[in-house]
Design a protein around this ligand. Sequence first.
Ligand code: ADP
Length: 530
Amino acid sequence: MSTLMRATHSFTKLLSPSSRSLSLRPSASLLTRHQMSTEAENVITRLKNSGLLRSQGLIAGKWVDAHDRKTIKVCNPATGEVIVDVPCMGQKETNDAISSAYEAFYSWSKLTATERSKFLRKWYDLLIAHKEDLGQLITLEQGKPLKESLGEVSYGAGFIEFSAEEAKRIYGDIIPATLPDRRLFVLKQPVGVVGAITPWNFPLAMITRKVGPALACGCTVVIKPSELTPLTALAAAELSLQAGIPPGVVNVVMGNAADIGDALLASTQVRKITFTGSTAVGKKLMAGASGTVKRVSLELGGNAPCIVFDDADLDVAVKGAIAAKFRNSGQTCVCANRVLVQEGIYEKFANAFSKAVQNLQVGDGFTEGVAQGPLINEAAVQKVESFVKDAISKGAKVLLGGKRHSLGMTFYEPTVIGDVKSEMLLSREEVFGPVAPLLPFKTEEEAIHLANDTNAGLAAYVFTNSIQRSWRVSEALEYGLVGINEGIISTEVAPFGGVKQSGLGREGSKYGMDEYLEIKYVCLGNMNSN
Ligand code: ADP
């Protein structure tokens, strides 16, 4: 099984309504807060012992505090407890990190592709060797179920492995000349220092899928992870040092996001910004990059339609829609945001889907059998609440859930809402939570119109047993990724990215390498003289 298949397999199994563990394990609601905290404390102790619980930034190969010693707290979203304090850095530390990356660029970019490949391979091996530690760290700071976190480690490490392999295949070109005494070449060269800004929903994978190809191409990086989940990034950076990747090639700063962003944007030494996060911040970064004409890659928000046609296999559609919607408690940019269901199958689907969603166990990500962790913070829950309220006030029906979970904190009940209309907030914007809105439709044309009626264009899902329809609808969807009869499709070997306001550029696959390469044309003239 491939890395992603393994990750996908374990996630789908985890969410499968028929999974025995879901019904046989004790419910998290039976556990006391004290028991949950004890498990988290054990994990913190284990991580400290393994040397992977880092609490400083990384600049020029040295672990450092903020220059004014200011810190911010990193909390476990399942319990609210503080895990550790990390430095609250800003412009000064970011400029130091940029200088360090700029200096390291000279020697790193001069290594042969084979040498860079070996470093990346070693890093991959260490990430996999520490899969348990990293998985626990992800659950600790982000809250997703441990099984999903372990899947993320396999998936995230896969980008480093793929980049190690692809490093050796960055070919240039020879172009047939238009004049007999000339020879024309195309060289591919690294863009230079890269600023990589990442979100909290995949604390490891969003970093590796930027840093892997950047390093493979010969770039050096300044990483700014989300302040909510910096610990996995720091652990991964520690492993990059253990892999022998030279000081300065990988730097990590965190703290004041706007100050760090401004420093990256203002620097003439930073030649590219790669960002995953909200559309609003992505637009700011794109505008800010114009001052120094930097390259930008943006992976922004989605509004994924999941279209279930009358001719779909009901079981496949239910399983796929659950995986697409409830992964990471609905907190991914490729999560199904609107489930469009054709009239003929609507009742049957709504019943089977709600029944399966009801089986999703909510709780602390460390509890076995849990399929839904907490939301990342209070603001996330309030957003979900306001979207649900808006839908109900406009005539939608709650089929399941629809409120905060009795566990408290930021736990929210897995929710299904029927009779949702396209003008409701649930259809217009990303809910980023465990709420599945069902929208009935009549014809294929109507489904395509509804699906495309948004400024977003990242992922879309289609459930049908007709080959012709699957092809036709895939072509008509204005989206960067389409899953047919499958709810989890992302893999390091395929291009990931959006159209419209969902972003620019692609990550993963051979196409993702181009984002870190400049094309240089070289003309050799006077080639007929001796
Ligand atoms: P989300 O809503 O998913 O947290 P954000 O776009 O706010 O998405 O955050 C994604 C990443 O962007 C995080 O690392 C965050 O700290 C960072 N970020 C937020 N605002 C800025 C900014 N003005 N400049 C640079 N980075 C920012």
